[in-house]
Design a protein. Structure first.
Length: 226
């Protein structure tokens, strides 16, 4: 249904729904559900197939809708199955309005009530259904909120555990680095000591060899002089 609310700055003007040219909407046809300019309203009234349509000033749309809501017409509801017949009663068994032909052909043993009561019963069911939908939507929103809170809590736990693992990783790296440095230092010290011992042994060996050479020379000279 087209809107009858006044236009505000920035909104696109509504055009007449017949000529689609004029933006000066003044009238509404109730049966066609059309918004009309004054020119099309006059033409609409002269058309034979629509001359009995109800045309109201757009200022009266709100009151007309309220009146239609309060005064339901249960005498001119056409049957969807039997052309030319109006519904006269409400079938509780099938939950639908029916005409006299429907009663005799399909609904002979069904539970029947007046149209007004059937309408009230249907409205009550719709309200109950809408209430259930609202509850389900509310539960869904609460579930989403709880899930969001849970996810947020889990995210915090995840970040905390991640930080702990990263801290442990750094600590282990530091400990490994310190231990490696200690082992390398110890190895260097042992190498230096070993190198010093080898050097001292080499010097001592050279000294012994030199003494042996001197003694050999002395013995050789002694034998030669005999």
């Amino acid at each position: 249904m087209a809107s009858s609310k006044p236009l505000h700055e920035g909104q696109i003007p509504i055009s007449c729904q017949l000529c689609e040219e004029s933006n000066e909407i003044k009238w509404k046809c109730i049966e066609c559900d059309f918004l009309l300019c004054t020119k099309c309203q006059k033409i609409h009234e002269k058309v034979k197939s629509t001359y009995q349509h109800t045309i109201i000033d757009i200022k009266d749309i709100a009151s007309q809708q309220q009146q239609a809501k309060e005064n339901k017409d249960f005498h001119n509801i056409p049957c969807e199955i039997h052309s030319g017949q109006n519904c006269c009663i409400f079938c509780q068994t099938c939950d639908e309005v029916i005409c006299p032909s429907c009663i005799t052909i399909t609904h002979t043993k069904h539970n029947m009530i007046e149209l007004v009561k059937g309408y009230e019963q249907t409205v009550k069911k719709l309200k109950t259904f809408n209430s259930e939908i609202d509850k389900q939507l509310a539960n869904y929103e609460r579930g989403r909120s709880n899930l969001s809170t849970f996810k947020s809590s889990e995210d915090i736990k995840y970040e905390r555990e991640k930080q702990k693992i990263m801290s442990r990783e750094k600590l282990l790296k530091d400990e490994v680095e310190m231990h490696t440095k200690s082992l390398l230092k110890e190895l260097d010290q042992r190498w230096d000591l070993q190198s010093k011992l080898v050097k001292d042994a080499d010097i001592k060996s050279k000294k012994i060899n030199k003494d042996l050479e001197y003694r050999t020379e002395c013995l050789t000279n002694a034998f030669s002089s005999v």
